[in-house]
Design a protein around this ligand. Sequence first.
Ligand code: SAM
Length: 280
Amino acid sequence: MNYRHIYHAGNIADVFKHAVLARIVEYLKRKDTGFRVIDTHAGTGLYDLSSSEAQKTGEWREGIGKLLAAELPDPAAALLKPYLDVVRAHCTEGVPLAYPGSPLLARGLLRKQDRLTACELHPQDFATLAERFTGDWQAKTLHLDGWLVPGSQLPPKEKRGVVLIDPPFEIEGEFLRLEQALQKATGRWPGGIFILWYPLKNTAQVEDFLQNLAKSGISDLVNAQMWAREPMDGMFHGSGLIIRNPPFVLRPELKTILPALVEALGMQGAGWRLETLTAE
Ligand code: SAM
């Protein structure tokens, strides 16, 4: 396990993924009954942007750094507010000192009736994550292989919720594992919302993945992508999210958020894509 998210925290892919996660959590809050957020590959939860690792790549400057400095159109600013409020809690004079990862973002949005389960396999990162949530009765951390979540943690006792599956893509076969995990997870929790993250780098692999999902028999799948520079095969240029059981408001929200993110973060050749892969 070589992947360390500290090098990438707050980058364009994090911004896109976390903006969508926040919109889904906000949707779940429309009903009073509690829900659960499950993060299968959680990371450490908070990333020091002054660390040598974050400084070395400077990826956050192209992502959250640009977004915080951007003048967003009002509708996009309103939709991004819950996400950016959590981020701004770690800012001084508008500059982020640390960046909250998915478990801390989700936790920052929960009400007292909602719960979080965050899994991380890297021993050191898990220790950091577990310490961060010590004494927090709404959050459970598990030193667990995230790929075992569908079989061991689903369905949760809450009837509603969202599962983020965000693997590091450091080894071959992650697209297939994502597809298999989604098959198993939807079988165990048909009503759950799922968000799957994938990188835009190898075009043929991405298109195979999308075609396989379209033929998978899994209903109600949306594919959303955002890239911040001219797509070039073999070079990371953005990321995609597969969303299963998207809330009915998500498509229109994405049509507002995605162009605003491209405008705020994108260089020449930046763009977005939103499509229904399978019907409800
Ligand atoms: N979800 C986090 C966020 O948005 O802030 C970022 C997660 S990062 C992309 C992927 C994480 O998965 C890393 O912290 C890595 O240590 C962890 N990881 C790698 N393999 C894993 C596995 N099989 N099960 C659980 N965690 C794993």
